[in-house]
Design a protein around this ligand. Structure first.
Ligand SMILES: Cc1cc2nc3c(=O)[nH]c(=O)nc-3n(C[C@H](O)[C@H](O)[C@H](O)COP(=O)(O)OP(=O)(O)OC[C@H]3O[C@@H](n4cnc5c(N)ncnc54)[C@H](O)[C@@H]3O)c2cc1C
Length: 429
């Protein structure tokens, strides 16, 4: 059969047309397949992410841990409140070696500065329901009143969190050994004060870094049992110079420094029954400061406190006279004010899967009473809620270590900030 070339050409053209249609179809099919695959992968990824985020969210939301707090001083009790407010605590145990009466009857009062007041308000503390007084935005109350109030709030939180308060119970190795395995805490907060030894029970180093605050100070206490034990505002006096000419020291005025007011700064605080005094001056090498730093005559310091008390006390409290002066105890001379803070402020105990954080005077303490000491402890607690949250929701050890590292960093920052500006806020202003 003969087929003309013309018709052959037509056939080829037709075939080419058919091929290109086929190619186009296949390409379209491939494109549709690729699109379908991409879409289903995307849907799977989105589904996976949504499920994971929801499961993580549920896990984080459900995560609850046991927390043990050692020490029921103002810092330990506030730590307990922070723990309860974190929403991540299932069981809270609070210890103190003192029984209730001994715990609540300490004579000192505490002065909460505006930042601590703000912090405590956020935790639900109602200052209107606490015996105390306000002065210059500071709240003054007896340490026992504050502790009792916090214990009563914790009592009310018992419906939400299982809270066990064990007063008259010392934290020891034996106490630790007796905790049943199922009750082991995931977080231990050590707030056992400046004399506590709970860190050594947990194997935490007792090494301290001691740093000068670049100021000299002296403290005095007066106990007068016939006076009232009610919260009393503090009194501050600045730029004081003492006449020590009787001891051969001229009261030469120091050159004015722009940072702080020159001379000595005095604070009278505490209740009328337990009066405390703090005297501070910026570190310098003037003749008077040198003399008061090195004198062997302890009656000079006593005289300074005596005169200062009578000059600046409130009108309604009696003067100190030669008969009542023996009730005053004071530093023999001016000393360098130093802040000591633990080298290890938080630790992870691997075998037991427990994170430990040290708070309050157990972690940082001054060798000088400023009359505002409790605020330093409150600063450290500002990172406790986040620490508990991150520890409770940690997926693995890395997460726990990250939480600890942030806590340690914050603790260092609290100490450093105090060294830079703390005395200025509590004494020089
Ligand atoms: C004389 C004096 C006057 C002061 N005046 C003022 C002031 O006017 N204003 C102010 O703000 N601050 C003042 N302070 C400072 C203030 O009292 C402290 O800052 C504050 O008490 C520190 O709180 P904390 O909870 O860290 O320690 P603490 O109050 O010492 O509490 C620690 C608790 O741990 C308990 N504990 C110890 N070891 C164990 C253990 N192994 N097991 C169980 N429990 C244990 C102790 O019994 C104690 O109750 C003053 C301090 C003193 C000493």
């Amino acid at each position: 059969m003969l087929i003309s070339s013309h018709s052959m050409d037509g056939l080829q053209t037709e075939n080419t047309g058919l091929n290109s249609i086929n190619n186009e179809n296949t390409e379209e099919q491939y494109r549709a397949l690729a699109y379908d695959t991409a879409l289903s992968t995307l849907v799977a990824v989105v589904f996976y992410v949504v499920v994971k985020v929801s499961l993580d969210g549920i896990r984080q939301w459900r995560a609850r841990i046991s927390v043990l707090i050692v020490g029921s001083g103002p810092v330990g009790l506030t730590a307990a409140l922070v723990a309860v407010r974190s929403g991540k605590v299932l069981k809270l145990t609070l210890l103190d070696e003192r029984y209730r009466t001994a715990l609540l009857c300490r004579p000192q009062q505490i002065a909460l500065d505006p930042r601590s007041v703000e912090f405590l308000l956020e935790l639900g503390v109602d200052f209107d329901n606490m015996e105390g007084c306000w002065h210059n935005e500071h709240f003054f109350t007896k340490i026992g009143v504050f502790q009792e109030y916090l214990l009563s709030i914790l009592e009310q939180k018992r419906q939400k969190v299982e809270i066990k308060v064990q007063l008259g119970t010392k934290f020891t190795e034996e106490y630790l050994r007796k905790i049943p395995g199922s009750d082991w805490p995931r977080v231990i907060v050590v707030a056992d004060g400046s004399c506590g030894d709970s860190c050594s029970v947990l194997g935490i180093s007792s090494d301290y870094t001691v740093e000068s605050c670049h100021a000299y100070g002296a403290n005095a206490t007066i106990e007068r049992l016939d006076q009232r034990q009610v919260p009393t505002p503090e009194i501050r006096a600045h730029s004081l110079f003492f006449d020590l000419s009787a001891y051969g020291v001229e009261a030469l005025r120091e050159p004015k420094s722009s940072a702080v007011k020159p001379g000595f700064h005095l604070k009278i605080y505490g209740t009328f029954r337990n009066r405390y005094m703090a005297l501070v001056c910026p570190a310098s090498d003037t003749k008077m400061v040198r003399f008061l730093r090195h004198t062997a005559n302890s009656s000079i310091m006593k005289n300074i406190f005596h005169q200062s008390f009578n000059a600046y006390k409130t009108d309604i409290e009696p003067r100190l006279n030669d008969l009542t002066l023996h009730r005053m105890q004071c530093s023999r001379r001016l000393f360098d004010i130093q802040l000591s803070h633990r080298r290890v402020s938080a630790a992870y105990i691997e075998g037991d899967n427990v994170s430990v954080t040290v708070e309050g005077e157990a972690v940082r303490v001054l060798n000088f009473d400023t009359g505002c000491g409790v605020n330093l402890g409150m600063r450290g607690l500002e990172s406790l809620g986040t620490f508990i949250y991150h520890t409770a929701t940690a997926v693995d050890q890395n997460d726990m270590l990250e939480a600890l590292s942030a806590k340690i960093q914050h603790s260092r920052q609290v100490a450093e900030t105090f060294r830079q500006t703390g005395l200025a806020h509590t004494m020089f202003e």
